[in-house]
Design a protein around this ligand. Structure first.
Ligand code: ATP
Ligand code: MG
Length: 186
């Protein structure tokens, strides 16, 4: 990000001349008070918004010009809260992307440490998703599996261990360590 100024609403700047360079393979933490704009940086990187001024580039390409298909190969995004899609466990991870095969989904669940729990379900990957199937921590692991399934180069992790008890947090941290290996992480 180079000299990025951005706000969601007119005349309400969230970021002012903000610059940040992350090199391939680096693991970088953004810290700041609530409302400072940390999640906003992720949304700009994902190309969901255009900066008012300045530039947001990913691998030399304007972030908002990266196509839908390329985006999942570049970014794995673990949001501040899990957003389920209608459908099965498999659908939670593929998000309907038919380029992702079952083998990749299983691999992602394994890396996230959720494969055993899914295999105990009556219809395994084909079990219809409901929030009641999993604990809060397991839902985070599912979210991590979703983020890494397409083998992205960059992981964007937004407060993924907030609101977890310390045991669960440990499991999520282990999953993240496995997921972060050989990737660029914010
Ligand atoms: P937290 O630590 O609470 O997650 P944050 O640093 O991630 O905070 P952001 O979510 O980036 O902060 O929000 C920055 C500011 O932008 C806040 O004032 C927030 O209310 C505002 N904001 C975020 N999303 C929107 C939106 N879609 N429309 C309007 N304002 C928004
Ligand atoms: Mg945030």
């Amino acid at each position: 990000l180079k000299n990025v100024t951005f706000g969601y609403e007119d005349a309400q700047e969230i970021l002012h001349e903000f610059s940040l360079t992350v090199r391939q393979g680096e693991h970088v933490t953004l810290s700041g008070r609530t409302g400072a704009g940390k999640s906003t940086v992720f949304k700009l990187l994902l190309g969901l918004y255009e900066p008012w001024s300045g530039a947001v580039n990913v691998f030399g390409q304007r972030a908002d010009q990266i196509g839908e298909n390329d985006r999942r190969k570049i970014f794995g995004y673990v949001e501040q809260g899990f957003h389920p899609v209608p459908g099965t466990i498999l659908d939670q991870i593929t998000l309907g992307d038919t380029n992702l095969c079952r083998e990749q989904v299983i691999q992602a669940l394994d890396t996230a440490g959720l494969l055993d729990a899914v295999q105990e379900l009556p219809k395994q990957l084909d079990t219809p998703y409901s929030a009641a199937l999993f604990s809060q921590g397991q839902i985070q692991l599912l979210s991590i599996a979703r983020a890494i399934a397409a083998d992205p180069k960059i992981l964007l992790l937004d407060e993924v261990t907030a609101n977890l008890d310390s045991n669960t947090e440990q499991r999520v941290l282990e999953a993240l360590q496995a997921a972060a290996r050989s990737r660029t992480v914010l």
